[in-house]
Design a protein around this ligand. Structure first.
Ligand SMILES: CC(C)[C@H](C(=O)O)[C@@H](O)C(=O)O
Ligand code: SF4
Length: 483
């Protein structure tokens, strides 16, 4: 019988399986950031252990790094807890080692899920872990990638393996072509709207179909990034020519000269590329669940509530709890409406916003920057008066550099956006960027839980194009009218 892509990567990495299915999985790549690594390093230190395979570790600081004040260096980190986490990571990497470390303010620093693929640390067929739930992002490369907890971080560091049970296989097929203005973010929000935040629980999801194949690698990362929001620890997309082309010439990829950083090829690259081309589900592979979506029916999405599944299209209205028969669901809607300060029946188009955040590991890559800048340029207006702050935060130093080379920063700044230094920023308010109580935000991030962007803050998840258009109009608009 044929195997799914997940089966194939699992089989390649499983070291041992107990009768109850508990397995030991070999880990190829371990991405590390400052929030979930301190206790792990401390645990190693206390036990007198070393990192098993230093060359598997790639580290950066992202959650706590400020997005302004870099001219002050480390003195620009005003929050003391943030500063401690960042300097602790520096000290730990110095002591334990890493294949690559992109510390605070270095050119390649950025959100861990942006810098992994960007530097060729994430490669097809790998098992990738990180003490971070959005590690699912890396599945866009046909890598089995998922988030782990801090104690697992220590376990992987000490043994290069992870205890895991194999998940079931789910196939989400998105067929057809999206309408202009509809992006990868809208596709994944529509998927979560359909399956719910628990829909993928217990599964590894493979995203497939012509609409997924048509996406760039950036778009595929956006989709896999939110697999976790759909309940699955890992999301996958099959390897194709686009995947291999993206990887070619990346700093840590085979075939790249480590000194010049240029692609030179060679037998290692050839062997890898041949293997990567096999990383897709077999035609006769069996999936435990199949979900299908018609891409042409997906409209620009806006989340209205406090969970990513509370999402509707821009043509819709805020739901009415009275119409929900299930008492639990009705209660959840009521609570979300109260928190979000929304009246049932209000058109999503009419929601005025206070802040805009374009960034996060979902939407801070070069393509997202281009998408948002193109909308701002096309509409040709400044950020609306009612919008107090419109932030654009590139996902990494390299994204920032590339965007500036293309003049995107100038478009944003001229329109009244703030162009910041890379990091997680207002995605989760671990640094100075946050919402004040009651503030409403159009955000390109992935979570809209209560308080996620600051206590009392109200988050609406949208695509970069939708966020940019909302910034200049002051309220949500249907982006299809402007592209
Ligand atoms: C801080 C980290 C552990 C957390 C995660 O695991 O996802 C964060 O990145 C988030 O997005 O909430
Ligand atoms: S950008 Fe947001 S979701 Fe992504 S790793 Fe940072 S905090 Fe988590």
């Amino acid at each position: 019988m044929g195997r799914t892509l997940y089966d194939k990567i699992w089989d390649e990495h499983v070291v041992h399986t107990e009768e109850d299915g508990t397995s030991i999985l070999y880990i190829d790549r371990h991405l590390v950031h400052e929030v979930t690594s301190p206790q792990a390093f401390e645990g190693l230190r206390e036990a007198g252990r070393k990192v098993w395979r230093i060359s598997s570790i790639v580290a950066t600081a992202d959650h706590n790094t400020p997005t302004t004040g870099w001219e002050l260096g480390y003195d620009g980190i005003t929050d003391l807890v943030s500063k401690e986490q960042i300097t602790t990571l520096d000290a730990n990497i110095k002591e334990f080692g890493a294949a690559a470390f992109f510390p605070f303010m270095s050119k390649r620093q950025g959100i861990v899920h942006v810098i992994g693929p960007e530097n060729g640390a994430t490669l097809p067929g790998m098992t990738v872990v990180c003490g971070d739930s959005h590690t699912s992002t890396h599945g866009a490369f046909g890598a089995l990638a998922h988030g782990i907890g801090t104690s697992e971080v220590e376990h992987v560091m000490a043994t290069q393996t992870l205890l895991a049970k194999k998940a079931k296989n789910m196939l989400i097929k998105v067929e057809g072509a999206v309408t202009k203005g509809v992006t990868a973010k809208d596709i994944v929000l529509a998927i979560i709207g359909k399956i719910g935040t628990a829909g993928g629980t217990g599964y590894t999801i493979e995203f497939a179909g012509s609409a997924i194949r048509a996406l760039s690698m950036e778009g595929r990362m956006t989709v896999c990034n939110m697999a976790i929001e759909g309940g699955a620890r890992a999301g996958l997309v099959a390897v194709d020519a686009k995947t291999i082309e993206y990887v070619k010439g990346r700093l840590l990829a085979p075939g790249t000269d480590p000194v010049t950083g240029k692609f030179v090829g060679g037998p290692e690259w050839d062997m890898a590329a041949r293997y990567w081309a096999t990383l897709h589900s077999d035609a006769d592979a069996k999936f435990d669940a199949v979900v299908e979506l018609d891409a042409s029916q997906i409209l620009p999405q806006v989340s209205w509530g406090t969970s990513p599944e509370m999402v509707l299209s821009i043509e819709d209205r805020v739901p009415d709890p009275e119409k929900e028969k299930d008492a639990n669901k009705r209660g959840a809607i009521e609570r979300a409406l109260t928190y979000m300060g929304l009246e049932p029946g209000k058109a999503l188009n009419d929601l005025y916003i206070d802040k805009v955040f374009i960034g996060s590991c979902t939407n801070s890559r070069i393509e997202d920057m281009r998408e948002a800048a193109a909308v701002v340029k096309h509409i040709g207006q400044k950020v609306a008066k009612n919008v107090k702050l419109a932030l654009v935060v590139p996902g990494s130093g390299l994204v920032k550099e590339q965007a500036e080379r293309e003049g995107l920063d100038k478009i944003f700044i001229a329109a009244g956006f703030e162009w910041r230094e890379p990091g997680c920023s207002m995605c989760l308010a671990m640094n100075a960027d946050r919402l004040e109580p009651g503030e409403r935000c159009a955000s390109t991030s992935n979570r809209n839980f209560e308080g996620r962007q600051g206590a009392g803050g109200r988050t609406h998840l949208v695509s970069p194009a939708m966020a940019a258009a909302a910034a200049v109009h002051g309220h949500f608009v249907d982006i299809r009218k402007f592209v």
